[in-house]
Design a protein around this ligand. Structure first.
Ligand SMILES: *Cc1c(COP(=O)(O)O)cnc(C)c1O
Length: 438
């Protein structure tokens, strides 16, 4: 009632939004104290609100805007596609942007993951992979392989299937009675140096239940929503070996860490082991322009569905499967990587490291400063209550848009970090910390 009354009185975009828009990942009652920023436009790393104030989008708008905002090349690719073919169903039809995208991603795995299934967002890609894993075992005469394994503090999205392999309490607990029972296994965390224990726990589970287990799903190198929890590639080598030994699929969820974020196009390229059985992309694949996800998989999985029998096929669909506009945007993103984006990212990651090193040295409250490519994070010791919200709000006054996770402050910036941007970020984060910890 109060919100409705406010919205007629003030009629601001913020109040109308509070009344009419159900914001994601938000307790709507908190928006009274933390009003949503009314954003009018974006340019490069900057977002501008309706009054003309600017904010550096330090988390690339939930990790999707790889090249910031209003990137001309992406826009042009979408516009050209818009004038030709904005959409056609991918059942019974095909089109150049989808085929080209699938081929190019396959080529980036050396053909190991040569079959692309399209979804609309990250969670739908997770659903596809879980279903395909189960169904491929079933088609091969092992229907009892129907259990899923995920890691402690994993995040794979919020639809019921994806949430079943997600171990973030605040997202999961309310729906727990509705979820499939997945096995949740200790996760590696470089801060704890527990990689051997984590692999031993996985071995124990797989040894006992591999006949019932279809797949293990993992966020390679960085568990994002857990609070940028990082592990060494050697853990993934061990995990690949274990899943091979026990005949269990491995799903690499690269929805957050793919597309150059960790220093290679796929995070998995740093592992130095066989490819996973499934690899998922979304978020950055269209650079924050169109919703799209992909599930890449092997000949072995694909061939398990190949049959005269329709019901042995993968009869899954989304209305916007393989949308041409989204595929055109993704192809434009891949053009950037073909043109040397990874080299640029290496230089940018070094700039970030240099700019933030003094922060860790200057404050004992800043702990575990860590970085993997274009992800930089640190933990705040003895953080006050509601630290994340307070930090987010205080940062706005320093032209910084940032959303810590718990007591972890992280940057996942657009790939536009020149010296000035790196210095700006370190300065704004440092000032915000002073405000919040004062
Ligand atoms: C964001 C994310 C998802 C879910 O993607 P949505 O598009 O939000 O559904 C799944 N896995 C990981 C690792 C993610 O970061």
């Amino acid at each position: 009632m109060r919100l409705a009354a406010d919205s007629t009185r003030m009629a601001s975009l913020q109040d109308r939004s509070r009344a009419a828009v159900w914001h994601p990942c938000t307790q709507m009652a908190r928006l009274v104290d933390v009003p949503p920023l009314p954003i009018a436009r974006g340019e490069g790393p900057w977002l501008f609100d309706t009054e003309g104030h600017r904010y550096f989008d330090a988390n690339s708008s939930w990790w999707v805007n790889l090249f910031g905002h209003s990137d001309r090349a992406l826009h042009d690719a979408i516009k050209a596609q818009l004038d030709t073919l904005p959409h056609v169903m991918l059942a019974g039809c095909t089109h150049e942007p989808a085929v080209r995208l699938a081929e190019r991603l396959s080529a980036r795995t050396g053909g190991a993951l040569g079959h692309a299934c399209f979804g609309s967002d990250g969670a739908s890609a997770v659903e596809i992979a879980l279903k395909q894993s189960f169904h491929s075992w079933k088609n091969r005469g092992q229907p009892e392989k129907r259990e899923f394994v995920c890691l402690r503090h994993s995040y794979h999205g919020e639809t019921l299937g994806a949430l079943s392999v997600t171990d973030v309490q605040v997202f999961r607990d309310a729906y727990d009675p509705l979820l499939m029972r997945a096995h949740i296994v200790a996760s590696p965390d470089a801060r704890l140096g527990n990689e051997a224990e984590a692999l031993a726990a996985m071995r124990a589970l797989l040894a006992e239940r591999h006949e019932q287990i279809a797949c293990v799903i993992v966020e390679p190198l960085v568990q994002g929503a857990a609070g940028m929890v990082m592990h060494a590639p050697s853990y993934l080598q061990g995990l690949r070996a274990l899943t091979r030994e026990f005949g269990v699929h491995l799903i690499a969820d690269e929805i957050a860490v793919g597309c150059g974020r960790t220093g290679t196009f796929f995070a998995w390229e740093q592992v130095g082991a066989d490819w996973p059985d499934f690899l998922l992309l979304s978020k950055g694949i269209t650079g924050g322009t169109m919703a799209l996800s992909l599930v890449l998989t092997t000949d072995e999985v694909f061939n398990a569905f190949w049959s005269e029998d329709v019901t042995r096929g993968f009869l899954h669909s989304h209305s916007y499967t393989g949308n041409p506009l989204a595929c055109a945007a993704a192809n434009a993103v891949l053009d950037r990587f073909d043109a040397g984006q990874l080299d640029a990212n290496r230089a940018q990651a070094e700039r970030l490291a240099r700019a933030f090193a003094p922060l860790a040295a200057s404050s004992p409250r800043v702990t575990h400063l860590r970085q993997r490519g274009m992800i930089l994070a640190f933990d705040v010791a003895d953080a006050p209550p509601r630290f994340a919200e307070a930090f987010h709000l205080a940062a706005r006054a320093h032209e910084l848009l940032i959303r810590p996770i718990g007591h972890t402050v992280y940057l996942m910036p657009p790939y536009l970090i020149d010296d000035a941007a790196a210095a700006f970020l370190a300065d704004a984060v440092s000032k915000t910390l002073n405000d919040v910890l004062a």
